[in-house]
Design a protein. Structure first.
Length: 306
């Protein structure tokens, strides 16, 4: 590991902060879903973050321009999947499902990462990991089915839960690919560069949303929301996360997503009066048991996540 990566204690602090900030982002997204549609929320989140980060990283962008051009496919993939795709899908899910459901479904991403590593790079998956993956997915299924498969057969799945499942896969792809960041591209530079294609895609969709679907309500609350999700839950949290992943590897970094459900549950109960139900506890138990089987005593990943 090179000196440009943070030390493990610093990396773990950055990952913990990111989980707390993103839990707050989930609560905010649910709280304002009626006033601010999902693409508008995602577009202004990243536009604000870009305005903050671009001047800071402009010298690095210029210095590493050749490397970024060489790795344009990586930049494009991270921007479309982890920046534009995941964010928009998560805010869309929050229109029709709870904060706790979103956080718990997203928490299963650490067991999806080994599956993707196997599918993309043919990294080995042990029988223990396979069992953990199955158990965690069973827990997610229990939450999505609200603990009552017969009721779902008559009423159908909650649209928000299905959308969040797709978002969780997008996030897993983002973390898996991020672990293979080339050494000659700094994490902050890669983050800022990946925002550019994301905004290019989100901008026309945002215009369509505010003209054809519904506009966002522009008031003091909207400015407060953007003031949180842009600088704090995006600029600081994503920068800290992208700095930490190469330092400890994508598998260990993915474990810190486990902190989001308790953070989100507490914040949701305090600010949105949400309440946990029996299927949340049972589903969470299966998810975290599967996470333990998947990640306990796993071979440590190096800075590239291999």
């Amino acid at each position: 590991m090179t000196s440009k990566h943070p030390s493990p204690p610093v990396a773990y602090a950055l990952l913990s902060f990111a989980s707390l900030a993103w839990a707050g982002n989930i609560v905010v997204g649910r709280a304002v879903h009626a006033a601010i549609p999902p693409v508008s929320l995602g577009f202004w989140r990243w536009a604000t973050a870009f305005l903050i980060l671009f001047p800071i990283f402009l010298p690095q962008l210029r210095r590493q321009r050749a490397a970024l051009m060489r790795e344009w496919k990586l930049v494009l993939l991270l921007g479309l999947v982890g920046v534009a795709g995941f964010t928009t899908l998560q805010y869309t899910a929050l229109n029709t499902t709870s904060v706790v459901n979103v956080a718990l479904i997203n928490a299963v991403s650490p067991v999806v990462i080994p599956m993707l590593a196997w599918a993309i790079w043919r990294e080995s998956v042990t029988w223990r990991q396979a069992g953990g993956i199955g158990l965690s997915l069973l827990g997610v299924g229990f939450i999505v089915l609200r603990g009552d498969p017969l009721q779902v057969l008559s009423q159908g799945l909650a649209r928000g839960d299905v959308v969040m499942l797709v978002a969780m896969i997008f996030w897993s792809v983002y973390v898996t690919v991020l672990g293979r960041r080339p050494d000659d591209i700094e994490s902050g530079t890669l983050l800022v560069a990946s925002i550019i294609p994301a905004l290019a895609v989100l901008f026309p969709i945002w215009l369509w949303e505010i003209t054809q679907v519904r506009p966002m309500v522009v008031d003091a609350t909207a400015f407060l929301v953007i003031g949180y999700i842009g600088p704090v839950a995006t600029a600081l949290a994503y920068f800290g996360y992208t700095r930490a992943v190469p330092a400890v590897g994508p598998t260990r970094a993915g474990l810190f997503i486990h902190l989001m459900p308790p953070f989100a549950a507490v914040l949701g109960m305090v600010f949105l009066d949400e309440r946990l139900q029996a299927f949340h506890y049972l589903g969470a138990a299966a998810i975290f048991a599967g996470l333990y089987l998947t990640t306990a005593n796993a071979r440590p990943a190096n800075q590239h996540g291999a």
